[in-house]
Design a binder for this molecule. Structure first.
Ligand SMILES: C[S@@+](CC[C@H](N)C(=O)[O-])C[C@H]1O[C@@H](n2cnc3c(N)ncnc32)[C@H](O)[C@@H]1O
Length: 219
């Protein structure tokens, strides 16, 4: 049976999604209740924003998690890079794909040390920690030196950083690497990213599917 469907993984994911529903709602309510200018200022300062959200999961949806697993398996990905680990929900889907492919490496990055510690514990519970290298700190620094070939990238950290993070990873992207970026509905914050991957001259084929931008790197 695929790792994704093994009880050790399904039980943990069920628990994490349930806990996320409970913990994230108050934070979202607080954010929406803020005066617009205050909220705008917080959203523009990613260190302050994610510091305030350090107890929130902000997880990928279950459907998008299965999509990540599917894309990684279809691409036979062996090196995956993730921007924004949080408590490790998306990381579990990606690491499960590596396990079922026979191995590989997932480099994931998280700004908040307390979140990284929770992610590490969750990956250990899922029996997937041996596949994951968790880099703690600002991904602008921690993902600056990733050597390719990178088969799949998942972008889910600070939205305004998608483009600078892609710039750092681009030299290491394999031909036909797949890049998935979440929260593309935050149009202004991701504009420099989407305009880059949607420009055929930059070497991508790219499309938006719901809140995800899915891009294929073609050299
Ligand atoms: C939307 S959450 C990620 C959710 C996760 N992918 C999941 O599905 O469970 C975004 C995470 O990115 C982290 N983050 C934001 N900016 C970052 C940065 N510059 N470097 C590393 N991590 C960052 C935040 O602390 C937060 O935990």
């Amino acid at each position: 049976m695929q790792t994704l469907f093994q009880p050790i993984v399904t039980t943990l994911l069920d628990e994490l999604f349930r806990d996320a529903e409970r913990t994230d709602a108050p934070l979202m309510a607080q954010l929406h209740a803020m005066p617009a200018d205050e909220r705008g200022a917080l959203m523009a300062d990613y260190k302050r924003l994610y510091g305030a959200a350090k107890d929130a999961y902000l997880p990928i949806s279950r459907a998008a998690g299965v999509l990540l697993y599917t894309l990684a398996r279809a691409r036979d990905a062996r090196l995956i890079v993730e921007f924004g680990t949080s408590f490790g929900v998306s990381t579990i889907f990606l690491a499960a794909a590596l396990r079922d492919a026979g191995g590989g490496r997932l480099i994931t990055s998280e700004l908040e040390p307390s979140k990284a510690a929770r992610a590490k514990a969750n990956l250990e519970r899922a029996g997937l920690a041996d596949l994951v290298e968790l880099r703690v700190g600002d991904a602008l620094d921690t993902l600056a030196d990733v050597r390719g070939p990178i088969d799949l990238v998942y972008l889910d950290g600070a939205k305004a950083l998608y483009r600078p993070i892609l710039d750092r990873l681009e030299p290491g992207l394999a031909d036909r690497a797949v890049i998935v970026a979440d929260n593309i509905d935050m149009v202004e914050q991701v504009e420099s990213y989407t305009s880059h991957v949607r420009d055929p001259a930059q070497g991508y084929v790219s499309t938006r599917v719901n809140d995800l931008e899915i891009s294929l790197r073609i050299r």
